[in-house]
Ligand binder design. Structure first.
Ligand SMILES: NC(=O)c1ccc[n+]([C@@H]2O[C@H](COP(=O)([O-])OP(=O)(O)OC[C@H]3O[C@@H](n4cnc5c(N)ncnc54)[C@H](O)[C@@H]3O)[C@@H](O)[C@H]2O)c1
Length: 347
């Protein structure tokens, strides 16, 4: 199934609103999920909608959430997300960080009582659109083992850093695991092995069997350094913001009995607080040009900067449409039927 981005957004909005989400919540969620699919991060696009709808039905995600600032200084804020839709709460949090950065030079906002927020890059990019640097992190259920360990104790803890540049920002947006859990599920369904290094089995040894990997733990990217980064991000988006950490983080994979206990942390920085913003952007642009013009390794035609592969996919998919996996479409059609939403009418 191929959907245009307008169709995908309309479907997401309609299903969320049928379960009580208000216009602003439904639109923010539709925006970020669709951006996931547009950029080729399918594991964080429409695929996540059934999970969100199940959680709304169970009441573990709350529609019309009471999002409130519970602690504040001129440059910081702590937000209680009211167990609302994670994408909406995160959008509000980054908006506040931006507002603070414009006044104080920097804005740091922590969030608890919230839900899975999709692709971290969307929020970092919100800052770059205002000429600011955006830094975003979050936690998930424990899936990743510590370096040298064999138990899943860390989340895949996305990290996004956006640097304003022209014609597009530098947008590093990445998980802490070598591969997403969804890629193991996909390999298992297709009966294919996974590359060594993606995961360890329940015995703590590297495995190429996706089923053993799912029973064991995902491996952090970059060895001990990736593990270290995952660990400090777990603390920033965990205890710092009044959210859970390690195995106490629940509700990001499937709706649980209670509420999700994950947290988010975002920072916006105004380059003008350190010097001329125009000069900063000009120097970033110059450095990107230098990287691109530099000598390429054998067999490599082009050097890219973070974000570029996704912006290119986005461009293509805006023109040609977004391919949606058949099983995702079948599940959504079933949910829409149960909720009495006519998907054809939306297209
Ligand atoms: N919400 C959550 O809880 C959560 C948790 C984990 C991951 N995520 C999201 O999952 C998505 C996928 O993460 P991932 O780690 O699988 O991404 P990835 O491995 O596909 O890409 C990671 C980064 O590498 C860059 N990159 C890739 N090839 C490049 C090249 N040749 N040159 C320069 N840069 C290059 C990309 O632009 C991107 O910034 C992200 O959007 C992330 O935010 C979300």
């Amino acid at each position: 199934m191929i959907l245009t981005f307008e169709q995908e957004k309309a479907i997401i909005r309609a299903l969320l609103q049928r379960l009580g989400a208000n216009e602003e919540e439904a639109s923010a969620t539709a925006e970020v999920l669709t951006e996931g699919d547009l950029r080729g991060f399918g594991s964080h696009g429409l695929l996540r909608l059934p999970y969100i709808l199940r959680a709304l039905k169970r009441g573990t995600i709350i529609a019309n959430a009471k999002v409130k600032v519970v602690k504040e200084t001129p440059a910081t804020a702590l937000i209680d997300g009211g167990h609302g839709l994670g994408h909406y709460v995160a959008t509000r949090a980054m908006r506040l960080a931006i507002e603070k950065a414009k006044k104080q030079g920097i804005g740091a906002v922590g969030v608890h009582n919230t839900n899975h927020f999709g692709i971290a890059g969307c929020y970092a990019e919100m800052a770059t659109r205002e000429g600011l640097i955006g830094i975003v992190t979050t936690t998930t259920d424990a899936l990743v083992h510590p370096w040298g360990g064999m138990e899943p104790l860390l989340g895949t803890n996305a990290l996004a850093i956006g640097i304003p540049s022209k014609p597009q920002p530098i947008l590093l947006d990445m998980a802490m695991s070598v591969a997403a859990r969804g890629k193991l599920v996909e390999a298992m369904k297709e009966g294919k092995p996974i590359p060594e290094g993606w995961a360890i089995g329940p015995d703590g040894r590297p495995t190429t069997d996706p089923m053993r990997g799912l029973k064991g733990a995902l491996s952090p990217f970059g060895g001990a350094k990736g593990y270290g980064l995952a660990l400090v991000l777990e603390i920033l988006a965990g205890p710092l913001v009044g959210a859970a950490m390690g195995k106490e983080v629940v509700g990001t994979l499937e709706p649980v009995e209670g509420y999700s206990t994950k947290g988010d942390f975002m920072i916006a920085i105004d380059p003008a607080a350190f010097g001329s913003a125009d000069e900063f952007i000009a120097r970033v642009k110059k450095f990107v040009a230098q990287l691109k013009k530099s000598r390429k390794a054998p067999g490599i035609k082009e050097i890219l900067v973070p974000g570029e592969p996704e912006f290119r996919t986005r461009e293509t998919r805006l023109k040609e449409g977004i391919p949606i996996a058949e099983e995702v479409w079948i599940e959504l059609k079933q949910i829409a039927k149960e909720l009495g939403v006519d998907l054809k009418g939306l297209k």
